[in-house]
Design a protein around this ligand. Structure first.
Ligand code: ZN
Length: 150
């Protein structure tokens, strides 16, 4: 699964989950995507801020003006799908808790065995990891799933 930053023709920004780039293109072509904020079917893939040096300052400023980071919005999942996906991720990842930023870095730099992990990180830590090119996904994990042990 990969996450793309998406935007609609009303300048809303949100994310969508896809199996691959081709999967995104197919869903776009078949009009399966719609903006979670206004319902517009005109969805385009955006370059992420992390890949655009010039986009970054502007984005942080806008976030601050808006009173902080908004929860992620998804183009192609309703709440039930999202919950299923999150359960799947929780069951297939190792919980490293607060050590997440450190552990994600170790895996990225091959100091730790490669595996899927989950844990908690502040928005600032998430930004720092993304700046280093580490692929991470912020998910709204409900409490009862987050604390599940196995
Ligand atoms: Zn929109």
């Amino acid at each position: 699964m990969i996450v793309f930053d998406l935007g609609c023709d009303n300048d809303h920004r949100f994310e969508g989950w896809f199996a691959s780039s081709e999967d995104f293109e197919r869903q776009q072509k078949d009009n399966l995507l719609s903006c979670p904020l206004c319902g517009s079917p005109h969805i385009n893939r955006l370059l992420t801020a992390a890949r655009l040096n010039t986009g970054r300052a502007e984005r942080s400023m806008r976030d601050e003006q808006a009173g902080g980071r908004k929860p992620a919005q998804y183009a192609n999942f309703d709440a039930a799908h999202m919950l299923k996906l999150i359960s799947h991720i929780v069951e297939n990842t190792e919980d490293v808790g607060r050590a997440f930023p450190e552990e994600a870095r170790k895996i990225h730099y091959q100091e730790s065995p490669e595996r899927h992990i989950r844990g908690t990180a502040s928005p600032r830590e998430v930004d720092a990891l993304r700046d280093e090119g580490i692929e991470i996904v912020a998910l709204p994990v409900p409490e009862h799933l987050a604390n599940k042990s196995h």
